[in-house]
Design a protein around this ligand. Structure first.
Ligand SMILES: Cc1cc2nc3c(=O)[nH]c(=O)nc-3n(C[C@H](O)[C@H](O)[C@H](O)COP(=O)(O)OP(=O)(O)OC[C@H]3O[C@@H](n4cnc5c(N)ncnc54)[C@H](O)[C@@H]3O)c2cc1C
Length: 369
């Protein structure tokens, strides 16, 4: 049995802790903040298979989805639901792209097929707005981002080989050791650093040449919606963001409005187990990021959801922004080993909640026995 130190309490660190425990190691996981409060708790909780690029990324996502389903059985508190998703076409050009995706070779593996408007409404009666058709993805799922990390940690504690130390910021690392900002030393056979978008600090020199950027997104959440959404939802603007669509005639889509272009807006909606709707998002890449959230994109997103649901949204109760770290080339994540026994994993982008269980499995497979 080896001693593994996991640096970072987000979902990527937590899935690496899970994998280390599965392999029989003992794990200390440290988190700089008093509790994880970054990307891993600010997201939609979407386990999003439909948009993944064909090939290795889709295979990894499908493996991750399998692991999420098994975590959902073992740790029901994470709230895994295999609800599926509907990407809704409200313009003929959007419909044409979705139909092309549904006709592609990997449609079966992806679990996608086209629905006409009546079938869409029968499947998800909360969708009462105007639509021309929808791409159903039966593989998409959802978890509760506010519950995943504490529920997983509680399940790890039962092994007797796991310890979580919040408010512990690792300042220096070398082969077989790490030291926190108060000078406390940790001896470990393996140090796995999962710093998320904190590219500065202990991981800075290790990531200096890595193809990474950060992205800031605006999100909001309503009061509980009176009706259950049986699937998550996406609108036609999401076609510009997911690699699966890039193979199809996107140039024929109507140009987006200046506001949508400026804030790179797409609509995604997931419903919490308790009924609230989590709605987003925008994409900003220019740093330093604004400290404030902008109202105009929220107004746009509200009108887009209302046009899909065909009625007014419940009041918005929470607004926030989140930042993720994203690999800028075609790799799924950045994984570097700057010294023996030290690995850094980040850059999963807007798919970290989805892919993290399979990325963690891959990290340990690459390290070997
Ligand atoms: C608004 C938003 C919506 C998203 N929606 C989805 C979605 O629906 N589905 C999906 O698949 N993905 C989604 N994502 C992406 C996903 O949330 C991220 O890819 C994922 O959470 C990244 O996890 P992480 O553990 O790498 O990073 P983080 O959650 O940022 O965690 C990293 C942690 O490491 C800690 N840390 C860093 N350095 C140190 C150190 N030196 N010592 C100790 N601790 C340290 C930080 O404090 C932090 O808590 C979304 C992201 C955002 C921002």
């Amino acid at each position: 049995m080896e001693r593994v130190l996991v640096v970072g309490g987000g979902v990527v660190g937590t899935m690496h802790a899970r994998q280390a425990l599965l392999l029989g190691h003992s794990v200390i996981q440290v988190e700089a903040d008093a509790a994880p409060r970054r990307a891993s708790v600010r997201n939609f909780g979407l386990v999003w298979i439909s948009g993944r690029a064909a090939g290795p990324e889709l295979s990894l996502a499908l493996r991750a989805r399998e692991i999420w389903a098994s975590i959902g059985r073992d740790v029901p508190g994470v709230g895994f639901r295999s609800d599926g998703s509907l990407t809704i076409a409200q313009a003929p050009e959007e419909l044409a792209v979705l139909e092309a995706v549904a006709a592609a070779d990997d449609a079966g593996a992806r679990g996608v097929r086209m629905l006409d408007p009546a079938t869409t409404r029968a499947l998800n009666p909360a969708v009462k707005g105007e639509l021309l058709g929808a791409l159903l993805c039966t593989q998409d799922g959802v978890v509760e981002p506010g519950r995943v990390l504490p529920e997983l940690r509680a399940s790890f504690a039962a092994t007797g080989r796991y310890e979580f130390r919040p408010s512990t910021s690792i300042a220096d690392v070398g082969p077989g050791w790490a030291e926190d900002s108060r000078g406390n030393r940790f001896d470990a056979d393996l140090v796995v650093i999962c710093p998320g978008s904190r590219h500065e600090g202990v991981a800075a020199s290790m990531l200096a040449d890595a193809p990474l950027r950060r992205c800031r997104l605006q999100m909001m959440q309503t009061a509980p919606h009176p009706e259950r959404l049986t699937t998550s939802l996406a609108d036609g603007d999401s076609l510009r963001y997911y690699p699966v669509f890039a193979r199809f005639p996107l140039e024929k889509l109507r140009p987006p409005s200046p506001l949508v272009t400026e804030h790179r807006i797409q609509l995604l909606v997931s419903q919490r187990a308790t009924g609230e709707l989590t709605i987003g998002d925008t994409h900003a890449y220019d740093e330093p990021f604004d400290f404030a959230v902008e109202e105009e994109p929220y107004e746009h997103l509200r009108s887009r959801v209302e046009s899909l649901l065909g009625g007014p949204l419940p009041p918005v109760q929470r607004r926030w922004a989140g930042v993720y770290s994203q690999a800028t080339d075609d790799r799924v994540c950045v994984r570097v080993s700057p010294a023996p026994g030290v690995v850094v994993v980040t850059g999963l982008g807007g798919r970290g909640m989805t892919l993290s269980p399979a990325v963690a499995e891959q990290t340990f497979a690459e390290l070997g026995p």
